[in-house]
Write a protein that binds this ligand. Sequence first.
Ligand code: ATP
Length: 380
Amino acid sequence: AVRDTAQEEECSVYLVGGFVRDLLLSFPTQDLDFVVEGNGGQFAQALMKRLPEGKLTQHVKFGTAHISFPNGSHLDVASTRVEYYSFPGALPQVEESCLRDDLFRRDFTINSMAICLNSEHFGELVDYYGGKRDLQQGKIRFLHNLSFIEDPTRMLRAVRFARRYNFKLAKETLEALFTAIETGVLLKLSVERFTEELFVIFQEDNYISMGQTLIRSGLFQGWFGEDYSWNFSEDDVQESVGWPLDQRWLSCISRINSEDIEKLCGRLSLNKTLRDETQIFLHLRAVLPKTQSISELDQLISKAPQGVIAVLAQDEHFRPRIMDCLESEKRIRMTLDGKKLLQMGVKEGPIIGEILEQVRRAWLEGKIHSTEEEREVAQQ
Ligand code: ATP
């Protein structure tokens, strides 16, 4: 469909960026990014005639379009463009240009290749900046000396790609990264952009080794201003692959004291779920040592998000009691509910909730073993 539309619209169309890189590496990839030499928006509209099930969203200001499909896949179309940064860390201003310039604005050589999709040159690789050589040699190399200054998020991206593919930073790129860290360029970034890039890292399979590199390189200290005791432990590498984002986040801050967690959260723009779960985690970590009975523990645990409990249970101080409580919860086979209590003659009101709570507690503490005993407890 893309090739035919390109012919019809008489424009050059290329696949670019991460898709080309991952294709050459035979690495699984989903995102399809196209650039059009010409009007990307008009091309996307024309393409839609051949992809009737797609849904088109246009961003006129950025000259880009996004097409999503019911099966969850999507593709992005942009016009070739150069971006100007009005100050370091700012969002880019966009101007139309040719493919060579468009590729030059990218972060690393391995991300600056394109594949032509026009009939005459279909499938040909366009590689102005040595991306294929760097892929073969396992190198992350910037395109020019001011790259990290122009956009400091590239510092985080460099770590991410290096650890993801087990590549090394090319000599000048590594030196520029350290210079950028020393001169504090990172601090030109907004909290939102830093957070966004950091959480892309947290979604990577090997975010743990990326975290270790962020600490070792001084990048974290450059941003947070202090050496916190982050937990990016080798012991978690296997298991953490299946962890959801909240559990990864809480686990990595789990060894930091509460005051410092508050401070570092001030340097991030966490979404509401992560903010709330961080607070619940801090609260539970503080009150768990003071909770005596199993039912008190159950009250705290049964209402807390799973990620919070999973991370607390990683702590050997809490693990036995949490496991004990979860085991005890399995004993609960409540058959009573509000409706049944009303049928038994209990008056409507807060008493219903209180009785149910008492019955649940009795199950938990092993004082009830059958439905009959459950009713007896309710009637008392
Ligand atoms: P991933 O596999 O993580 O999605 P990707 O390379 O596709 O990797 P995206 O963030 O989707 O990453 O970016 C798509 C392309 O846009 C990149 O390959 C790169 O060419 C370009 N790009 C993204 N972010 C930057 C940036 N900060 N500076 C320059 N170019 C960038």
